[in-house]
Every structure is written in structure tokens, then in C-alpha cells.
Design a protein around this ligand. Structure first.
Ligand code: FAD
Length: 299
């Protein structure tokens, strides 16, 4: 990552993140997260305390109020990923890039008051549930319905591949509130841990990020009160997703660049430091480049 985009405040924040990782993301902890398939809540609470999650929560709700400056989030991504803590990066990202923004940008005042302070501290963890067993890229194919009843909605259906779905206390859930598949047939509702008929399902095994949970969720006649409709408006779910998903894409881009840089560095560190065939590879450095250039050993 081009470090010139960061100023002194960012670099001071980077030190906080590095210190947090040194203290909390020890090898033992990482092994435990991988074995458990999730990040323990104490670590998430410590991240809240250190101001590493809840970055976009406005200060009036107890957050860091860094909504306008994504570079702070980029630093969290860089430092977690480049220290080999992809699962931690993912868990922080779901909270800050996928869950919190729906409340910050689109929540009603009551929703902000209720959820944001606890999301800033890590007491409440969020997730975003769109994908279903039969609908991924084409989200208009979802089957999870929210039928209007007195005082709220009855939600029925299932979601899959939901990151942080097992550990989440509140899930921003994409549901069908209307007929057909026009954009205004969909809404976002907050489904809370403990609501009758809501099951976090089983954790899914993934190829990587073993320490970060991914789950299948199911909803059987879950009563969701009207006040849990995001923004208090029905039929805006599609637009609300479209407004926020670019932020998720940005976080994936930053994470991928950080991971690529780390992979290159680790590869160079290894290949340039090992002895093979009786000697070490020789290197030269192109002026202005941070990376050495590999030259084959002359025979
Ligand atoms: C690790 C992990 C975490 C995830 N976390 C979440 C989460 O937190 N919340 C959530 O809601 N979802 C999550 N997902 C689901 C993810 O968003 C979906 O996997 C994604 O939307 C793709 O849907 P799909 O898997 O059904 O693939 P499909 O939609 O079946 O697509 C399969 C392939 O076909 C291509 N394709 C699809 N339609 C077309 C077309 N019309 N023309 C050409 N090519 C096409 C796609 O690009 C893709 O390559 C997660 C997935 C993974 C793997």
C-alpha cells in the first residue's frame, strides 16, 4: 500500500492497531480461533475498547466518528492481514463495513440509539444476510419472506454463507415484503439473536479464514417488530444494499492489495534468506523501489 496517502494521525492509529495485534492476536489465540471457528467475544470487546472497531460510528453514539476517512479502516485491514490475521480482519470488517453502515446511514434515530453505542464497543456484533441457497448474484431470486402482520412482520426462509452469522447479535436481513421481483418488493429488517424461530444454524467449513465464522441461518415464523425495519421504510431494501455494497467491495480491494503485498514480502524474505545449492540468491534494488529485484545466481 502506498504509505504516502497516510498522515501523522493515521500512522499514530497504526501504532495502536499494531499494539493491539501484538497483545491480543498471539499465536495461541490464533490457533484457538481456528479450532473454535470464531473470534472470541473478549477479543472483539477489547477491539471496541481500543477503538479499532466501530470506526464509522459517530462520536455522539460512542464511536470514533471516522466515517469520512476510510484510511483508518484501511490501516486496520493492512495490519491485521499483514500480520497473518485474516480471520480477525474479516470479523472486524463485517462489523464496520457490512453491518454498522446500514444503521449509520439508513437507520431511524431510535435504531441508531438502540444499536450503535453497543456496536461501537463490540457488545453487539452484526452481520448482513442476503445470500440464500438458491440466490446469490441474482438477489431478486430470494425466497425469504416477511409477511405483514399486526405490529410487524413474520419472517420465513433461510440464508447461507453468512459471515459472522453464528456470532452475530443482530442481522441486517434482506427479505421479500412484496410480490414479484421488482426492486420495491424487497426490504431490510433487523433480526435479533434470541427472537423465537431464528436459528443461527451450523457453521460452514471454509477453505481459509478458519477462525472466522460463516453460517447458515434459518427463520421460522420469526416475529420482527415494525421498528426493526431499517430506516422505517418498506420496499427500499434493494436500494439500501446498492448504496452500501460498494463499501464492502472497497474493503475487499484493500484487503486483497494488503494480502498480495504480504505474500510478496514473505516470499522474498524466505527466498532471499535461504541457502540453496551452496549459496544465496543475489539481489539488486532498483532505485525508488521498495522491493529487491531477484537475479539468478551466476554459475
Ligand atoms: C466466504 C464467503 C463469505 C460470504 N459472506 C456473505 C455474507 O456475509 N452475506 C451474504 O449475504 N453473502 C455472503 N456470501 C455469499 C456471496 O455473496 C455469494 O457467494 C455471491 O453473491 C455469489 O453467489 P453464489 O455463490 O450463489 O454464486 P452464483 O450466483 O451461482 O454465481 C456463480 C458464478 O456464476 C457467475 N454468474 C452469475 N450470474 C451470472 C450471469 N448472469 N452471467 C454470467 N455469469 C454469472 C458468477 O459471477 C459466479 O462466478 C459469502 C460467500 C463466501 C464464499
Amino acid at each position: 500500500m502506498d504509505r504516502e496517502i497516510y498522515d501523522e494521525d493515521h500512522e499514530a492509529f497504526r501504532d495502536v492497531v499494531k499494539e493491539f495485534i501484538k497483545r491480543y492476536a498471539t499465536n495461541e489465540k490464533r490457533e484457538q480461533w481456528d479450532a473454535d471457528g470464531e473470534i472470541d467475544r473478549a477479543t472483539m470487546l477489547a477491539a471496541g475498547e481500543a477503538g479499532i472497531i466501530g470506526l464509522s460510528v459517530p462520536e455522539e453514539f460512542g464511536g470514533a466518528g471516522m466515517l469520512q476517512d476510510y484510511r483508518f479502516r484501511a490501516i486496520v485491514l493492512e495490519e491485521t492481514i499483514q500480520s497473518g490475521n485474516g480471520s480477525l480482519a474479516g470479523a472486524f470488517g463485517i462489523q464496520d463495513d457490512l453491518a454498522v453502515p446500514y444503521l449509520v446511514h439508513m437507520g431511524t434515530d431510535a435504531q441508531k440509539q438502540k444499536w450503535l453505542p453497543k456496536m461501537a464497543t463490540g457488545e453487539v456484533l452484526g452481520a448482513l444476510a442476503m445470500t440464500e441457497p438458491g440466490a446469490g448474484s441474482d438477489l431478486r431470486g430470494i425466497k425469504t419472506t416477511a409477511k405483514k402482520v399486526d405490529g410487524g412482520y413474520l419472517v420465513n426462509g433461510a440464508k447461507t454463507f453468512i459471515s459472522s452469522g453464528k456470532t452475530a447479535d443482530v442481522v441486517v436481513t434482506f427479505v421479500k415484503t412484496g410480490e414479484g421481483n421488482r426492486p420495491d418488493a424487497f426490504s431490510l429488517v433487523l433480526i435479533e439473536d434470541g427472537m423465537e424461530g431464528f436459528d443461527h444454524g451450523k457453521k460452514l467449513n471454509k477453505v481459509g479464514f478458519h477462525g472466522w465464522d460463516t453460517a447458515e441461518l434459518s427463520f421460522t415464523d420469526v416475529f420482527v417488530p415494525e421498528e426493526n425495519l431499517i430506516g422505517g421504510v418498506e420496499g427500499k431494501g434493494f436500494i439500501q444494499l446498492m448504496m452500501n455494497l460498494p463499501l464492502e467491495r472497497l474493503s475487499i480491494g484493500v484487503a486483497a492489495a494488503a494480502a498480495g503485498e504480504a505474500a510478496l514480502k514473505w516470499t522474498l524474505d524466505y527466498t532471499l534468506s535461504r541457502d540453496a545449492f551452496g549459496s544465496r540468491s543475489r539481489t539488486s534494488r532498483t532505485p525508488g523501489s521498495r522491493w529487491p529485484t531477484w537475479r539468478p545466481r551466476s554459475t
